[in-house]
Design a protein around this ligand. Sequence first.
Ligand SMILES: *Cc1c(COP(=O)(O)O)cnc(C)c1O
Length: 345
Amino acid sequence: MRLLEDLLRPNIKALAPYSSARNEYSGCTAHVYLDANENPYNAPYDRYPDPMQNELKKELSRVKRVPIERIFLGNGSDEAIDLLYRCFTRPGIDNVVAIEPTYGMYRVCADINDIEYRPVLLDDGYRLNAENLLHACNSDTKIIWICSPNNPTGNSFLHDEIVKVINGFDGLVVIDEAYSDFSSCHPFRLELATYSNIVVLNTMSKAWGCAAIRLGMAFASPEIINVMNKVKYPYNINLLTQRHALEILKNSYEVEKWVRTILLERSRMVSAFALLPCCKQVYPTDANFFLAKMDNAQAIYDYLVEKGIIVRNRTHVALCNNCLRITIGTKSENNELLSALRQYC
Ligand SMILES: *Cc1c(COP(=O)(O)O)cnc(C)c1O
């Protein structure tokens, strides 16, 4: 790996971060706070939230088995994705490489930050090809984006193929594990100590059932995490989000139950889709959704919308012609989708 300081955008390397009132105070015995120009009334919403989210990180560290100094928290994973561009890529000069098809935000954030985006098609069976990804890199490539289990294809990539990418590249490899709770693959989140050039993304939006509160995580070396903390908005995670996340983390038993139910429903849905005459193929999935090739995705999508059922039409995405992406819902939602399709096909 290149030295971190060689990967950093020069202005970020030189940045003196904003020092908030809550940052400068670090003792724990204070009881009178007259340092942040807050209104003393309307507790608890009158006070700025903890800018470093220490209590929440302590709990996350326990549940995710990642040391606190390796955790960054963002307003959804989307904040972490954007921050990685802002910290490590020079607009108009650098480029990033990513698998194709994959999650759309990697490209949108590249466009916003004026960074060249180099998509590399997956192999047959939506398999990852390390060699192809590495071939697309040059000396200005700063980040390689991998998502496993991948969205929208649903499959996980071979661990050793991802390792080939990590070992063959001298910049950052971001591995988005948003769906890893639904997969039995060993997560890279637990291999941070082995690979200093990876950033692993997690989110509360999927298995943890908290898409509304906007909480995403990046796990990486303490050096990378320090840079991200320097660039983020000082109070990027609000009090309500920190509180609700703490609550749900203490209910991880409930979350495990949801995941088991979703996985059972997933196998029921995949079998049922395979029997639909209008379904040509269901692709293997390791996530809480599956991709299905239909005989006419647009027509079926339109028909379902008419019935008040929304799925994701991926027909215009590379390698996904005539594909619909189906999220696993509750049993009754899933049944409603199935009976609508049985009427149609
Ligand atoms: C849904 C999803 C996310 C979650 O993003 P948040 O901003 O945390 O809600 C991240 N990555 C992928 C690949 C996703 O599909």
